[in-house]
Design a binder for this molecule. Structure first.
Ligand SMILES: Nc1ncnc2c1ncn2[C@@H]1O[C@H](COP(=O)(O)OP(=O)(O)OP(=O)(O)O)[C@@H](O)[C@H]1O
Ligand SMILES: [Mg+2]
Length: 332
């Protein structure tokens, strides 16, 4: 079993600032969990505490039902893949992948077998004798994954492993990491600040803000059933529109949310006319930006519109989310 359990885990660094605020989380065996949130919210700190690279100020961490608070990183049966993959430049791919095993004095034949297996899984077999500088960014990141795989860890921890890659390669590596997860049947905990990466990769998403968990759910649930305005605004691009009730002729004390894709519905029972101030090209569709009352909003449209001209919106009230104006909590 390689489940990971966090119980009331807290972190304050020396400066006494609370960075992780009593987190409770249960990650199941073989699950792919994505920790997502904006810069500085505590994602890396949380991952590093699971790895044992950072002390826990309070609380307990279990890996495979064993309490690991006092277990050093090398004995936690985890492998860590970082954003900067830091390969040894003077070593070949084979030597880079084998390095950790060699340090642990694993027998030579066993090392070679593990390296071959990992190379095959990662499509690196033909590159084993190359040096890192003779590889593309994506191939280098695969070597870094190879170093992790050969250790047969119970849990893979990855901290923004794709953020050094260009956009196209990042999309490709996303599905490669998903496939790797399928093949290895191991628990993956993956950190990113990119909500698209979280939505496309995770079995479940853990959305963090200021050291607090905002929601833990499947991608479908966090997108369709956000618990508060933070989740609703963070997940989805362009982001959800928030509109004051009075500007929709509805309850003044409620803040309404609606996805930009739902602003021009033929069956809409709420009609509004707005003036477009910015437009953005998405490809087959365009985004129109405009004000509704004091809020800047957007709509994703397939029909044409013009900047400085009016645009007729038609909203279906069934598509509206309701939030408490003060707390931001969803009203069901
Ligand atoms: N060693 C440290 N000492 C003091 N404060 C730290 C230390 N490491 C991180 N912090 C602070 O803890 C908070 C969380 O940092 P962390 O690196 O976990 O964020 P993150 O979510 O991974 O951000 P990013 O997306 O930018 O990587 C930040 O406010 C950061 O400044
Ligand atoms: Mg980080």
């Amino acid at each position: 079993m390689s489940n990971v359990i966090l119980k009331n885990v807290k972190k304050t660094y020396d400066n006494n600032k609370v960075v992780i605020n009593s987190v409770n989380l249960e990650i199941k065996d073989k699950e792919f969990v994505v920790l997502v949130g904006s810069s500085g919210c505590g994602k890396s700190t949380l991952l590093r505490m699971i790895a044992g690279l950072e002390n826990i100020t309070d609380g307990e961490i279990f890996i495979g039902d064993k309490k690991v608070n006092d277990v050093p990183p090398k004995d936690r049966d985890i492998a860590f893949v970082f954003q900067s993959y830091a390969l040894y430049p003077h070593m070949t791919v084979r030597e880079n992948i084998a390095f950790g095993l060699k340090m642990r004095k694993v027998p030579k034949a066993e090392i070679e077998k593990k390296v071959q297996d990992a190379a095959q899984i990662l499509n690196l077999t033909e590159y084993l004798d190359r040096k890192p500088k003779q590889l593309s960014g994506g191939q280098r990141q695969r070597v870094a994954l190879g170093r992790a795989i050969v250790r047969n860890p119970k849990v893979f921890l990855m901290d923004e492993p794709l953020s050094n890659l260009d956009a196209k390669l990042r999309v490709q590596m996303r599905s490669e990491i998903k496939k790797l997860h399928e093949k290895l049947q191991t628990t993956f905990i993956y950190v990113t600040h990119d909500q698209t990466e979280a939505l496309t990769m995770g079995d479940r998403i853990v959305l963090l803000n200021n050291g607090d968990i905002q929601q833990v759910d499947s991608p479908d649930e966090v997108y369709n059933n956000p618990k508060n305005t933070f989740v609703a605004g963070f997940i989805g691009s362009p982001q959800m529109n928030f509109i004051d009730g009075k500007d929709l002729g509805l309850d003044e004390n409620i803040l309404y949310g609606i996805r930009p894709e739902k602003m021009v519905k033929p069956e809409g029972d709420i009609k509004l006319t707005v003036e477009v101030d910015i437009s953005e090209m998405l490809g087959s569709e365009k985004i129109a930006y405009f004000d509704i009352g004091a809020k800047h909003c957007s709509a994703v449209l397939s029909s044409d519109f013009n900047i400085g001209k009016t645009l007729d919106l038609s909203i279906n009230s069934a598509d509206l989310y309701k939030f408490d104006k003060q707390t931001g909590e969803r009203i069901y």
